[in-house]
Design a protein around this ligand. Structure first.
Ligand code: FE2
Ligand code: FE2
Length: 286
């Protein structure tokens, strides 16, 4: 199977990675440039029309949207919290990175995006879903009640466990990036965002749609950045096989909140991304 290196799907889906896949120099600068063009304020999005429309939506639609939006409320918080050990480990290995200061800066920018995403979904939880709780922590606790167990397991058990192993020097950086950027952002977030954007195409909740569109654009460069780090880290074939197996499983973490066709499409994305940058053979992604 031949993969279109410059198609919108792969180019944009990799955070523009295809345009710099061959070059090794100054690549953290590339991501820094993307971020500079994509600033947005989660507090400035108007959610008042969404809050007015929400009670009038059919019960089944509200149930599905609540699962996804509560899931993002919990999961964005988790990825924001667990990013720190990645920056520490990357900064330590001078043989792998030509400019660790710049790399730490890119991770800082990613962390800032994740905080912004958490703020946005916390506003949605408070102002539209009207989840109980006077503080972000209380609303996160309330949101957990609506999140599928498989999503909670990935973000609240597996991610913190692997981040702790990474911090203790007992796990490889590639393993961490495989789970964080390839599986959680590249599969679980990707599936959830596309399910939300497809559902909200009718303009029923315009503020939420605008916010999710912006989050999805940010996540594209995070995935592209993770993939670029994987190229540098030179993971073993066994580790990559493990990432693909996790990705396959993670595509169904949302259960029926994500339509079957979207789950199916998303399940193959990790293989396609790894194939585009030649970390796996194309026939594996076919
Ligand atoms: Fe995020
Ligand atoms: Fe992210």
């Amino acid at each position: 199977m031949s993969l279109p290196l410059n198609s919108n799907d792969y180019g944009m889906g990799l955070g523009g990675l295809s345009r710099m896949a061959e070059g090794r120099s100054f690549w953290p600068n590339f991501f820094s440039g993307i971020v500079a063009r994509r600033q947005w304020n989660p507090m400035a999005i108007d959610l008042a029309p969404d809050a007015r429309a929400w009670p009038g939506l059919p019960d089944e639609r509200r149930r599905r949207l609540t699962t996804l939006l509560a899931g993002f409320r919990v999961a964005e918080d988790a990825v924001s919290e667990e990013l720190t050990p990645f920056a520490d480990v990357m900064g330590q290995d001078r043989s792998m990175w030509s400019d660790e200061t710049l790399l730490a800066w890119v991770l800082f920018l990613q962390r800032r995006d994740e905080d912004r995403h958490t703020q946005f979904f916390d506003r949605v939880a408070e102002e539209v879903l009207r989840l109980p709780g006077a503080t972000p922590e209380e609303r996160r606790a309330a949101a957990r009640e609506h999140v599928p167990p498989a999503v909670l397991e990935l973000f609240e058990v597996r991610l913190p466990a692997l981040a702790a192993e990474l911090a203790a020097g007992r796990a490889e950086l590639s393993e961490g990036i495989g789970l964080y950027h390839m599986v959680l952002e590249g599969i679980v977030f990707d599936a959830g965002q596309h399910a939300l954007l497809d559902d909200l195409q009718d303009g029923a909740l315009p503020g939420i749609r605008e916010g999710v569109e912006r989050v999805e654009l940010d996540e594209r460069w995070h995935i592209g950045f993770g993939l670029r780090c994987l190229i540098e880290a030179r993971p073993s074939p066994e580790l990559l096989e493990d990432v693909l197996a996790q990705a396959e499983e993670a595509a169904s973490a949302w259960g029926d909140a994500v339509p079957a066709a979207t789950r199916e499409r998303t399940a193959h994305k990790a293989a396609r991304r790894l194939s585009v940058v030649h970390l796996i053979h194309e026939h594996v992604a076919a």
